[in-house]
Ligand binder design. Sequence first.
Ligand SMILES: Cc1cc2nc3c(=O)[nH]c(=O)nc-3n(C[C@H](O)[C@H](O)[C@H](O)COP(=O)(O)OP(=O)(O)OC[C@H]3O[C@@H](n4cnc5c(N)ncnc54)[C@H](O)[C@@H]3O)c2cc1C
Ligand code: FES
Length: 301
Amino acid sequence: MQKLQQQTIQTTEIATAKTHTITDKKQIAPQITQIDVIAPDIATKAKAGQFAILKVHENSERIPLTLVTWNNKNGTITLIFQEVGFSTKELGKLNIGDAILNIAGPLGKPSEIKGYGKVAVVCGGVGTAAAYPIAKALKETGNTVISVVGARNQELLVLEPEMQAVSNEFYITTDDGSKGHKGFVSDVLKTLIDKNYGFDAVYAIGPPIMMKVIADVTRPYKIKTIVSLNPIMVDGMGMCGACRVTVGGQTKFACVDGPEFDAHQVDFKELIQRLKSYVTEEKSALQTHRHEGGKCRCQNQ
Ligand SMILES: Cc1cc2nc3c(=O)[nH]c(=O)nc-3n(C[C@H](O)[C@H](O)[C@H](O)COP(=O)(O)OP(=O)(O)OC[C@H]3O[C@@H](n4cnc5c(N)ncnc54)[C@H](O)[C@@H]3O)c2cc1C
Ligand code: FES
């Protein structure tokens, strides 16, 4: 693949670069990378809460990733991904100047951004990437935004200054106490609720177990709580059924009916169970698959 430049592509070059070319890439935490990609059709239509599905090359799996920011002027979108398995590691191998094969989006329903009043945005790990555009839109709409951002440790905190900039109050938690409050985001949320913060709504985005715990914290207080679900997705268009979730006893497809749902109605047990469906295949893909760009490299090793 043609390398346009080692460092960030300049604005003048973006105008002539091929669609889906990576124009910027930085590692923002261990195994977590931020990329800017040329995708003008997505950049002009994107709204907070939406996502894209991309394929790195012809033989790749489809990877759903949240649209973190978008720039109408130069037609780029920003994606943040954690390398957790084979496909995200493949994506991580691309550099500035390389092009992603295809990107579909924006997908999913946008967040319902309105004047709630006082909103808590609670996020964990790479879920902060999905929470950021929502917190920003809520703040721009005049809400008072109280953010609680968590990670396992200080190194894994992402978008800290960005989240702080769109928050009226900002709290950090780490599981090991290396920064901020030692413990979980749910502990801080419970403390704030008990201090009579009077939240009108809570947004919770992160690992399914974290979103379940937040739903359990807010349920007795009857605080409207919204979660962004991350089931396995394939087509992202409501046809394959892979992203089936149960909400309020009804089957919903997270890609077209969501990804945001009323946290108090979500069957988290089923979601967590379904996310584990392909663990054996995912592990074996990582361990035994030595393919790159669709061509076997085993004989070269
Ligand atoms: C709407 C949505 C938005 C997302 N946004 C982000 C984001 O902004 N940043 C980010 O790092 N991750 C995001 N994810 C999760 C990301 O898509 C998965 O981590 C990725 O697909 C894993 O693929 P893999 O081959 O690297 O890992 P694998 O080894 O295949 O799987 C690792 C784990 O990732 C999950 N996963 C695997 N395949 C899929 C799939 N097709 N769809 C969803 N989850 C899958 C499963 O829980 C699995 O156990 C999002 C998921 C959804 C549904
Ligand atoms: S991903 Fe296929 S129906 Fe949602």
